[in-house]
Design a protein around this ligand. Structure first.
Ligand code: ZN
Ligand code: FE
Length: 257
């Protein structure tokens, strides 16, 4: 049986630890101490580290972990992360025999130039997507273009609806406030706002989310819907010709929201 546990780090980061009671894999360890604490508490041995992109809040804990564990570090092949031992790219398979898991790499550029995500269809559909897709939102465009991030999100949205989305930040409540401004009549969004608020009050993560839910509530996955197009046109005061233009306006709008 596989467990997927969010180790909280910094203000709102999740370091996902996937384990089978014996061995564990850490995804985007931005800091060492809370990961070590979780491993010791649960008597787990770390067997690999997976990295989605080079930002320090996702990589800062690698050095401290590989000091204690002699393990492979998987990460994007076209970003400068010196600790990576196994550079990977689109369609590569990350073999994790200690926890009986194989993950497929998806190139998901836009937030950073070389950002990747990890997808596993077995034992259930799961995606570790770093700072690409968030619940009800998406990452900022730091190094790539709006078209790139839009394409990356489109690629993710082709995965099965039941896919559990393990993103790297708890940004959900802030994202919902923005989504409501863009898509005020969305009934599912308004329902989810209540659920998310309840989780927040109980100090529970709103993550993982599912792809099916995100397709229903996340404005950045809904750039072809007329209500989203209308809102983006009202905001930008221009006719928007295609979904990428709608997406670019939404991302700009969110930056200032
Ligand atoms: Zn980032
Ligand atoms: Fe981040």
């Amino acid at each position: 049986m596989l467990n997927i546990h969010p180790v909280h780090a910094f203000k709102d980061n999740y370091i996902w630890v996937v384990h089978n009671q014996n061995y564990a894999v850490a995804i985007d360890p931005g800091i060492t101490a809370p990961v070590i604490e979780y491993l010791q508490l649960n008597k787990l041995q770390l067997c690999a580290i997976l990295i989605t992109h080079h930002h320090n809040d996702h990589t800062g804990g690698i050095a401290g972990l590989i000091q204690r564990f002699d393990i492979p570090v998987y990460g994007p092949n076209n970003e400068l992360i010196t600790a990576i031992t196994n550079p990977v790219q689109q369609n590569d398979i990350v073999n994790l025999p200690d926890i009986s898991l194989n993950l497929t790499v998806l190139d998901t550029p836009g937030h950073t130039r070389g950002h990747i995500a990890y997808y596993g269809p077995d034992p259930w559909d799961m995606l570790f997507c770093g700072d690409t897709l968030f619940s009800c939102g998406c990452g900022r465009i730091f190094e790539g273009s709006a078209a790139q991030l839009y394409q990356s999100l489109q690629k993710i949205s082709q995965l099965p609806d039941a896919t559990l989305i393990y993103c790297a930040h708890e940004y959900t409540l802030g994202n919902i406030a923005f989504a409501k401004a863009v898509d005020p009549e969305n009934k599912k969004l308004n329902e989810f706002a209540i659920t998310a608020q309840e989780s927040h009050h109980k100090n529970m993560p709103t993550i993982p989310t599912t792809l099916a839910l995100e397709k229903a509530i996340n404005p950045f996955l809904r750039c072809e819907h007329q209500s989203i197009i209308n809102s983006a046109q009202n905001y930008s005061k221009q006719q928007l010709q295609n979904p990428v233009d709608v997406f670019a306006v939404l991302r700009e709008w969110k930056n200032k929201f």
